[in-house]
Design a protein around this ligand. Structure first.
Ligand SMILES: Cc1cc2nc3c(=O)[nH]c(=O)nc-3n(C[C@H](O)[C@H](O)[C@H](O)COP(=O)(O)OP(=O)(O)OC[C@H]3O[C@@H](n4cnc5c(N)ncnc54)[C@H](O)[C@@H]3O)c2cc1C
Ligand code: SF4
Ligand code: SF4
Length: 435
């Protein structure tokens, strides 16, 4: 790709999670040319990292992988992964985005995804894709069903031994690869930049992320996933199968001490889902969900909650005030029970924080689109056209606009694609009228 090359598309989709993929596929199927810019090395977003999905308990990757593959093979969709979006602005008729392709230190035209580099690399690094529970290498393909299947080198940890160079059958390793800047010009854009989890390291009362057997809900997704780090649920400190597992709800939502006053909407349901999956794999374990209110708002969700209770999952109404290291790896919770028992403590083998959602991207200084008071992308007519932003021709889809589940994400992404298609049609009609 030449420096400052300008690439023309009908629509630019920012973010290759399930929202961005759905919008891109809906637009591509209507014949529009779509560019998807994704910051990670693979498309798929959070959904490809989940185990199963509530309320149907379908396998998450069985739904996500076909959409990833469909986008990758779609003749109207171009994927730009491992890219930084530097700016996105409207210039006259066009939306112009400045993008930088970060170096993978692997030639994308030569790499055949054979993983010989990864097998031979002697440097082990914590595998974030597996919640940090297992190790990957300093050069790796991020996960088994990643798209594209291209190796990426972690230059921070590479010790320049050159073993991958010798192992690579296509001579694809390139230590001298440089970032490449290019420009995408499009008539519309869909912002599908998703969410991140609330930062547990900021919550001193919950141990700042330093208590070994206190894990995040996303880490539990990996423990439960078919291609997870251990293929079973173990507690990290000693590999023991936990007999007692606790979920802490609203850990980083509805919590003014963390500056997050809103409900993240999915945490109650994913905690119930995970509890059900754990009780399938560890039928003798006690599973207790500490909650303030259970929010089971979607279709079939209340029944899902009732099913969990019927399975023996215990729900304790009480806000957990603090979490501390107990004896022999146990974790001690201090909470105020709402059943009249007052402040009390309980020990568990493993504790899962049901973390909330914060915006995945801050447009400040990059794009003039407005954010709302919670810093998600502002929607200007939420009751009438919930994907409209205050930038002409720019729409928003999925968790970029606020916390939501997959059903609402997919629905909204279809709506964003439809609004973008309507806009493209209007632009085309007005150009014809001028001509
Ligand atoms: C632990 C957990 C379990 C869950 N389980 C369920 C479940 O069982 N059922 C359910 O319905 N929902 C579940 N959810 C919610 C579900 O994950 C979301 O609804 C869904 O992932 C939202 O998709 P998205 O594409 O909007 O966001 P994301 O999945 O966050 O995707 C956003 C994408 O945009 C990319 N991106 C961000 N910023 C930029 C940028 N500046 N430039 C380029 N790319 C960018 C990101 O890298 C990412 O790939 C769960 C959530 C969590 C945290
Ligand atoms: S050069 Fe770096 S990436 Fe390649 S094998 Fe050696 S340590 Fe691994
Ligand atoms: S860089 Fe070479 S060895 Fe590594 S996956 Fe690509 S082709 Fe295979």
């Amino acid at each position: 790709m030449d420096a400052k090359q300008v690439l023309e598309f009908d629509t630019l989709v920012v973010g290759g999670g399930i929202a961005g993929l759905q919008s891109a596929l809906d637009l591509g199927d209507q014949g529009f040319q779509v560019a998807v810019v994704e910051k990670d090395a693979s498309i798929g977003g959070k959904m490809i990292r989940l185990s199963k999905v509530f309320p149907t308990l379908d396998c998450a990757s069985c739904i996500t992988t076909p959409k990833m593959a469909a986008a990758a093979h779609h003749e109207k969709i171009s994927l730009f992964t491992y890219c930084d979006l530097n700016s996105l602005d409207r210039q006259g008729d066009a939306i112009t985005a400045s993008v930088t392709q970060r170096p993978r230190y692997v030639d994308a035209d030569k790499c055949i995804g054979c993983r010989q580099c990864e097998y031979t690399c002697p440097v082990y690094v914590a595998d974030d894709e597996q919640g940090g529970f297992s190790a990957s290498k300093a050069i790796t393909i991020p996960f088994s069903n990643a798209i594209p299947q291209l190796a990426v080198m972690d230059v921070e940890n590479c010790m320049l031994c050159g073993k991958c160079v010798k192992a690579c059958p296509t001579d694809a390793i390139d230590f001298f690869q440089q970032p490449e800047d290019f420009v995408i010009r499009a008539k519309t854009a869909v912002l599908a930049t998703g969410f991140e989890l609330t930062p547990v390291e900021n919550k001193q009362q919950y141990g700042n992320g330093n208590i070994p057997n206190v894990i995040t809900s996303m880490q539990m997704e990996r423990l439960l996933a078919p291609h997870g780090p251990y293929n079973r649920v173990l507690r990290p400190s000693d590999g023991m199968e936990p007999d007692s597992i606790a979920y802490i709800q609203c850990a980083g939502s509805r919590d003014k001490s963390m500056g997050i006053s809103y409900c993240s909407r999915v945490c109650c349901m994913y905690a119930i889902k995970q509890a059900m999956l754990i009780s399938g794999s560890l039928p003798l374990a006690d599973i207790i969900i500490y909650y303030m209110d259970i929010r089971a708002f979607g279709k079939g969700y209340e029944q899902f909650y009732q099913n969990a209770k019927a399975m023996g999952i215990e729900f304790v109404k009480g806000k957990v005030a603090s979490i501390s290291q107990g004896e022999n790896g146990a974790v001690t919770l201090r909470y105020e029970a709402q059943n009249g028992e007052g402040v009390t403590t309980a020990d568990h083998d493993l504790v899962v924080l049901s973390l909330g959602m914060i915006p995945g991207w801050n447009p400040a200084g990059i794009c003039p689109v407005s954010a709302d008071s919670d810093q998600f992308i502002q929607t200007i007519r939420p009751k009438v056209a919930p994907t409209l932003t205050d930038m002409e021709g720019v729409f928003v889809a999925g968790a970029a606009a606020g916390p939501k589940d997959i059903v609402d994400t997919i629905t909204e992404s279809g709506a964003a694609a439809m609004e973008a298609a309507k806009y493209l049609e209007a632009v085309s009609q007005s150009r014809k009228a001028v001509a």
